[in-house]
Every structure is written in structure tokens, then in C-alpha cells.
Design a protein around this ligand. Structure first.
Ligand code: PMP
Length: 440
């Protein structure tokens, strides 16, 4: 049976979210809930692709500390920052939608400005912005690879990458998560044996990895991945959804964090939904590749392009991160994100919880293991005013159920300490401690 765990949220103010419903039906009936007359978004279990209507009975509104969204630098709701003034100004001056794809009339000066900033920020010749991060992977990968090509994908890559790879028509192999030795074995085999049946060599081999893995909180072993790919002549595609604007001293992502030259990564992909408080995704590469993508990628030809107002949000966030707003707010936000993340991770570990991932990563999965604890954990957290994402099968293996915390620069120490106090109680209640720390 599928265990689907729900987050029903509408964002509401700084660091908090309003959670609707008592979360009493954490194992909802297949094929929909019991009603749809509540004016909230349908909710979805993370990565499972199943959608359920909100249940109308007993829906209650509760304000919670948001420990579940990817608002890494707090740009989604940080009204103090100067960039919000620009965004509010753009609301008055610009259309809310261009009503056109990029290939038609959906390109404004703001779209080009987003692309110019992204390319210079990540260290590539050019970039293309699309209206969704999901669509960026799902439509760019098929434009880069097709029949006769091989895509070698980390086994824990995001669904959007899986969708893109499947739609491409290329052959697909997966390698063990973050394991460069396994990747090397697959590449060696691919070079030696070539394509099945014909034994012709592969036209192109594209290796796809993520900067920070969203269910593991781990950053990519990028140095080894890049060096293996160089040895075997494979192209590297890096999804920086969770690392751009979040990792590295200046927020330039996994390349900066791991000391890899961006020139050694052929395609850098990222999203504006996490660190930039916007919408959409980008792909950055050599100009010739981006020119080709503008022509061939379905996301460029068939999707309405980003709203100009969202473009302004993205531009302004980048300017703050780069210190171009004349303040050091960006640097302080990056430092706060790292300090908050490391503090929270250290304290959770100290409680004897099993926390996955690496220091400096803002994503912190806490292992529940037993799937029967998923609903209880979510309910106990909500009772205590904490909104946390919980994850079960099929998003993760059934006995690897977990809760996932996402830390933001917008959290204060008071917020985090309150959450930790509550979680200490929940850990006792659900017997989550697997070890007593030697610290503290
Ligand atoms: N790539 C990864 C690694 C992701 O985790 C996500 C979504 N969280 C996406 C792509 C899709 O991005 P978006 O939600 O901005 O469409």
C-alpha cells in the first residue's frame, strides 16, 4: 500500500505557514479525498505524484513555524529587503503575464536580464530561463539527448530528471547514489561494449547529478564525478535546484562549494523557487548550446514564459546576493543560512536522532525508519506548531521513512530553539533516539 503523507499549506507571512486540516487522514483513500468544497489547494504527497482533495470536515487553521519549505534565503517573504520595493514597483508597471512562449512574444528585457545575470553568476557564456524548474529538466534533457545517446543518472535524481531522461529516447543507466566508482564502472562498460545489439559506440554520454540531493541532504561528490566524466569523455549535467544561492561562500552553488571549475560542468541547471523566492528554472551553458536549446527545447517553444513580475523578483534577489544593492544583506543571509543549518543539524544529532546529509546543507532528513511513525510524527509536530515534511514510500524505500527539515536564513535562533525543544519531546514520545550523544 502507498503511504502518502500530506502537507496542506498556504504560505502566510514570514517563516510561518498556515496548515489547513487536522491531518487526520494521513493515509487518504486512493483516488481522492471525501470532498472538494474547501478553497485550498489540492495537496500532494511529495514526489509520489498522487493528488488528494482537502477533506472538508473539521478543517482547522493553525499557524506553524515553517520547517518544510525551500525558502533558503528567506526571499519569498522578506519584506525588509530593498528588492521587495522593486518587485512591488514592477507589479504596477508590468503585465502579470506575457501570455506567450519564449519563441513567440514571451521575451521581455527582464527575461534577458535574468539570463544575463544567471550566466554571469554561475560562470557560463549564456543561460535560458524557463517557467518551471520541473519543466527545465523535463524539456531540456530531451533536447540534449536522444536515440543513440546514453544518459547515466544518479539513482536518487529528482523525478523531473527521470521524466526528461525517459522522454529523450536515449538509453538510461543509473549509478549508485553519489558513488563515482560505480559511475566509472558504468562508463567503462558503456565505452567498451557500446550500444546493445549494434555495438556501435554511443553518440554522446550525458551524466546527470544534483548539487544537493533533496531527500538526502547530501551534496554531490562533484570533483570525482567530473574527473571520471573527463576520463571517459562524458558530458556533465548538474541540477543545482537546492545548491544555487544556498551553498558556497558567495552562494554560487556546488561548483563553488566543492572547488570545481564551472567550465568542467557542461550544463548547469537550477531553479528560482528555492533560494530566490521566485518561480521557474534556468539552464546555463556555452552560447552554442543555449542557442540550440532556445530553438529545440519544448520548454522554450510551447510553455508560457515567466511572468515579468517574477523576473523582477529573481533579478532583485540576485542583486542582493551579489551585493549589487549596496548592502551586505546577501552575504549576511548566506552566512545565516549556513549557521542556522549547522546549528540545527548539530542539535538534532546531539539529541541522538539519525540525521542524514552533510554539514552546510540546509536540508536535514531525520530518519523515522518505521512507516507507522510517519503520521504520528507529522501530527505531533503540527500539534506543537511545527510544519515539517514527512516522507514515505514510494518517495523513499518503505523502511527508510523520514521527516525532512529545511532551514532558512529567515529562521531566528529563538525559532530554532523552540523547534528543538518540541522535537526533543516528540523524539521521546516516538522513541526516535537511536543513540545518546557523547556531547552535551
Ligand atoms: N530539481 C530538483 C532537484 C528538485 O528538487 C526540484 C523540486 N523541488 C525541481 C528540480 C523542480 O523545481 P521546481 O519546483 O522549481 O519546478
Amino acid at each position: 500500500a502507498t503511504i502518502s503523507v500530506l502537507e496542506r499549506v498556504s504560505h502566510d507571512g514570514n517563516k510561518t505557514m498556515t496548515v489547513l486540516g487536522p491531518l487526520s487522514n494521513l493515509v487518504p483513500p486512493r483516488g481522492g479525498g471525501r470532498g472538494n468544497d474547501v478553497d485550498v489547494d489540492a495537496c500532494a504527497s511529495y514526489r509520489s505524484g498522487e493528488h488528494y482533495d482537502e477533506t472538508p470536515e473539521g478543517a482547522a487553521v493553525r499557524r506553524c513555524l515553517n520547517l518544510g519549505s525551500y525558502n533558503y534565503l528567506g526571499f519569498a517573504d522578506d519584506w525588509d529587503v530593498t528588492c521587495k520595493r522593486d518587485v512591488l514597483g514592477s507589479l504596477a508597471a508590468l503585465p502579470s503575464s506575457v501570455g506567450s512562449s519564449r519563441l513567440e512574444y514571451g521575451t521581455t528585457v527582464l527575461h534577458r536580464e535574468v539570463e544575463r545575470i544567471v550566466a554571469s553568476f554561475v560562470g557560463k557564456e549564456d543561460a535560458m530561463a524557463l517557467n518551471m524548474g520541473f519543466n527545465t529538466n523535463a524539456t531540456v534533457i530531451p533536447a540534449l539527448a536522444s536515440t543513440g545517446d546514453l544518459i547515466v543518472s544518479d539513482e536518487l535524481n529528482h523525478t523531473s530528471i527521470v521524466n526528461g531522461a525517459r522522454a529523450s529516447g536515449a538509453a538510461i543507466r543509473t549509478f549508485r547514489h553519489n558513488d563515482a566508482a560505480d559511475l566509472e564502472m558504468i562508463l567503462r562498460e558503456a565505452i567498451v561494449y557500446g550500444q546493445p545489439r549494434t555495438r556501435r559506440s554511443w553518440n554522446r554520454i550525458l551524466v546527470v547529478v544534483e548539487g544537493v540531493y533533496s531527500m538526502e541532504g547530501e551534496y554531490c561528490n562533484l570533483r570525482d564525478v567530473v574527473s571520471v566524466c573527463k576520463r571517459y569523455g562524458a558530458y556533465v549535467y548538474l541540477d543545482e535546484a537546492h545548491s544555487i544561492g544556498a551553498m558556497g561562500p558567495t552562494g554560487r552553488g556546488c561548483c563553488e562549494y566543492t572547488g570545481v571549475d564551472p567550465a568542467d560542468v557542461d550544463v548547469l541547471m537550477g531553479t528560482f523557487t528555492k533560494s530566490f523566492g521566485g518561480m521557474g528554472g534556468y539552464v546555463a551553458a556555452d552560447k552554442s548550446v543555449i542557442d540550440e536549446l532556445r530553438r529545440d527545447c519544448a520548454g522554450s517553444a510551447y510553455h508560457n514564459s515567466l511572468s515579468p513580475v517574477v523576473c523582477q523578483q529573481i533579478i532583485s534577489s540576485f542583486q542582493v546576493i551579489m551585493g549589487k544593492d549596496g548592502t551586505d544583506i546577501g552575504r549576511r543571509k548566506l552566512n545565516a543560512l549556513r549557521d542556522n543549518s549547522n546549528y540545527f543539524r548539530m542539535r538534532l544529532t546531539d539529541m541522538g536522532l539519525h540525521v542524514l546529509g552533510n554539514y552546510d546543507s540546509p536540508i536535514m532528513p531525520v530518519m523515522l525508519y518505521n512507516p507507522t511513525k510517519i503520521a504520528a510524527f507529522s501530527r505531533e509536530c503540527l500539534k506543537r506548531g511545527l510544519a515539517v515534511v514527512v516522507v514515505g514510500f514510494p518517495a523513499v524505500p518503505i523502511l527508510m521513512s523520514r521527516a525532512r527539515f529545511c532551514i532558512s536564513a529567515g529562521h531566528t535562533r529563538v525559532d530554532l530553539d523552540r523547534a528543538l525543544r518540541e522535537l526533543d519531546e516528540v523524539a521521546d514520545l516516538l522513541k526516535l533516539r537511536y543513540a545518546r550523544s557523547t556531547f552535551g
